[in-house]
Structures are given as structure tokens and as C-alpha cells.
Write a protein that binds this ligand. Structure first.
Ligand SMILES: CC(C)(COP(=O)(O)OP(=O)(O)OC[C@H]1O[C@@H](n2cnc3c(N)ncnc32)[C@H](O)[C@@H]1OP(=O)(O)O)[C@@H](O)C(=O)NCCC(=O)NCCS
Length: 313
């Protein structure tokens, strides 16, 4: 395959995977957004702020151990002995329209090896994994600049999402609200991630609780279970944005038919209790736009979920 080998990644690949990710950072900055400084002058947390656990070989190795230990998948592409690309996948099953999919949560090719077919080879390997697992599609949430690539390798835009900003707002909380930071992912309960779909439901459930550095552990977050006025049980999540810690990302795992408005208002109230000023809400169109108009939310950005069908084609 084009002189490339694809194999499962192991924590022993961490330094090489870090080199792939770091190849895309042109300037390293103090605190993630301050003055330009050399990479080695930054703490692991400051390196993290440039793109997550992959930015440092130590945090990357620990992350890969957790990722693979949770049953998720990671592949590396090698040219000879050199790791030139990495892809990560989560298998998930949520009610329609999401279904049983393999989700490509990350794809990076070393800057010195872009345009050599590495990305395509990792996507094709992902399609094979999806078929082996009986997944109906490979899905992903591309950066805007990567969309032409995904179109080239067989993906189509599928669901449209918009991020809105809501003010934190003091309000009474539902009587039976229960804090549930340690609860396991409520798989098989007919819940879909309907707010905060940056990745799939299972992925975001784990990601908001993943705080492996002291600076991350200090940032406010939480997960809750609550019964909505319509009688449905929903799960809510909030986590601080590391580069703007007065802002939270908000999450709602709920049945597809549940009215989102009371869940969003509860998130606004919880955000106020945790000391946030704002909560960002990624909602699917068109229901998100209707809710945003009713609540007066401020538009932030557009995102698109893409899919490539893997079965029946
Ligand atoms: C986007 C990325 C994964 C593509 O990987 P790659 O190895 O450079 O791409 P490939 O060489 O496999 O390209 C496959 C096809 O897509 C096309 N393509 C790749 N990047 C493209 C772009 N930016 N615009 C248009 N077409 C593009 C190639 O021309 C090729 O077409 P062809 O096979 O029909 O000739 C890689 O450039 C990358 O890691 N970018 C930075 C990180 C990133 O954006 N990751 C994705 C986050 S969602």
C-alpha cells in the first residue's frame, strides 16, 4: 500500500505520535496563547494547551494506555520504521439517526508527509475496522480545512451542528438532581448525546472526566442525572474550557424525543453554581436554531458531522 504499513498503535509509539502532532505547531506559546517560547520551556500542561495529550510524549503514553484500556482503537501509519500518521476510533451505538458507527475521532499526518496518501490509507484501514465490527458507517467531525480531504476519501456531510453561547443563570435546580461524576457510561439506555456532540456520546462521557494533570484536575467540571418535566431521565455534563476557564462546554445525553429546553436551562443553572459566566452548547440543526431563538442564545460557530457508509455499498 504505497510503501506504507498500518498497524495498531501502542503506548510505545507515544514519542513518535507526539512528533507527528507537534509537526503542525508553528509557534509554541507561554500558557498556550502568550509570548513565543521554545517547546522545552513549556510545562506539560502548557504543551497540552496547544492540542491535548498528544503534545508531550509522557502525557501521550499515559493517554494511549487509558484510551486502549477503555477498548478504543488507535492506528499508526509507518513508512519504513518512521511513524508518519496516527488515527483514533471509538465504536459507539446511539439511537437514530446516529446508529452503530465507528467514529474517527482524530487523524493526523506528519507535516513532512502530507499529500503522500497516508491519510487515505488510515481512513481505508478505519473502513475495514468498521466493517469487521458491523458498523454501518465511519463518521468524523472534520476541521473546516480538512473537509476537501474527507470528500476525496469518500465522506459526505451528514448532520449540521451549531455552537451557541448561553449565559450562566441562577435558577432553582430540579428536585431530584443527583451529582454523578463517577457514574459509568449509560450504554444501552436509548440515550443520544444531543448537546456537545464534538465526538460521540461514549467518547464525550469519558473525555470530560479525563483530567490527568494537576492544572486540569483543578478546573471545575461535573456530571449529573436529573428527571425532566416530561418525565425523561437525562444526564448533564459541564467542563471548563482550559484556555477560557470562565466558560464551560455543556453536554446533554437524553432520549431522542426529550424536550431539550429544560435540560439546557438546568445546565445554565448548574454553570452559575460552578462559577462559570457562560456555557457553550453545540446543538444539532434545525432544533438547535429554534431553541437558540427561544432562549436568545448567541451564535458561535458551525460544525458538520460527516459520514462514509461502510455497509451496503
Ligand atoms: C488532512 C490530512 C489528514 C490529510 O492527510 P494526507 O495524508 O495529507 O492526505 P492524502 O495524501 O491521503 O490525500 C488523499 C486525497 O485527498 C486530497 N487532499 C488531501 N488534503 C487535501 C486538501 N487540503 N484539499 C484538497 N484535497 C486534499 C489529496 O489530493 C488526495 O487526493 P487523490 O488521492 O484523489 O489524489 C493531513 O493533511 C493532516 O494531518 N492535516 C493536519 C491535521 C488535520 O487537519 N487533521 C484532520 C483533522 S479533522
Amino acid at each position: 500500500m504505497n510503501g506504507l504499513t498500518i498497524r495498531p498503535a501502542t503506548p510505545g509509539d507515544a514519542a513518535a505520535i507526539t512528533a507527528v502532532h507537534c509537526s503542525h505547531i508553528r509557534v509554541w506559546r507561554r500558557g498556550g496563547k502568550g509570548e513565543a517560547v521554545p517547546y522545552d520551556a513549556l510545562s506539560p500542561y502548557e504543551q497540552w494547551l496547544h492540542g491535548g495529550p498528544w503534545m508531550n510524549a509522557g502525557t501521550c503514553a499515559a493517554y494511549l494506555r487509558r484510551w486502549l484500556g477503555a477498548g478504543h482503537l488507535a492506528l499508526v501509519a509507518l513508512r519504513g520504521d518512521e511513524v508518519v500518521g496516527e488515527a483514533e476510533f471509538v465504536e459507539d451505538e446511539e439511537p437514530p439517526p446516529y446508529g452503530h458507527v465507528l467514529h474517527l475521532s482524530l487523524l493526523f499526518v506528519h507535516a513532512a508527509h502530507q499529500g503522500e496518501g497516508v491519510g487515505r490509507a488510515l481512513v481505508e484501514a478505519g473502513v475495514e475496522l468498521a466493517r469487521e465490527r458491523g458498523c454501518a458507517a465511519l463518521t468524523t467531525q472534520p476541521e473546516r480545512e480538512a473537509e476537501p480531504f474527507y470528500r476525496r476519501v469518500g465522506f459526505e456531510p451528514w448532520l449540521w451542528l451549531r455552537e451557541w453561547q448561553a449565559p450562566a443563570q441562577e435558577a432553582p435546580l430540579p428536585a431530584d438532581l443527583r451529582r454523578a461524576d463517577d457514574a459509568p457510561y449509560p450504554a444501552g439506555q436509548g440515550l443520544a448525546l444531543r448537546v456537545g456532540r464534538y465526538q460521540t456520546g461514549r467518547h464525550m462521557w469519558h473525555e470530560i472526566a479525563d483530567r490527568p494533570l494537576p492544572e486540569l484536575a483543578r478546573l471545575p467540571w461535573g456530571r449529573w442525572q436529573a428527571r425532566m418535566p416530561g418525565g425523561e431521565t437525562v444526564w448533564l455534563g459541564l467542563r471548563a474550557q482550559p484556555l477560557a476557564p470562565t466558560q464551560a462546554d455543556g453536554f446533554v445525553w437524553a432520549p431522542p424525543e426529550a424536550d431539550l429546553r429544560p435540560a439546557v436551562e438546568t445546565l445554565q443553572a448548574l454553570a452559575a453554581r460552578l462559577g462559570f459566566a457562560y456555557v457553550d452548547l453545540l446543538l444539532e440543526e434545525p432544533e438547535g436554531g429554534t431553541l437558540a431563538a427561544a432562549l436568545g442564545l448567541e451564535f458561535q460557530t458551525d460544525l458538520t458531522l460527516w459520514r462514509r457508509q461502510t455497509i451496503g455499498r
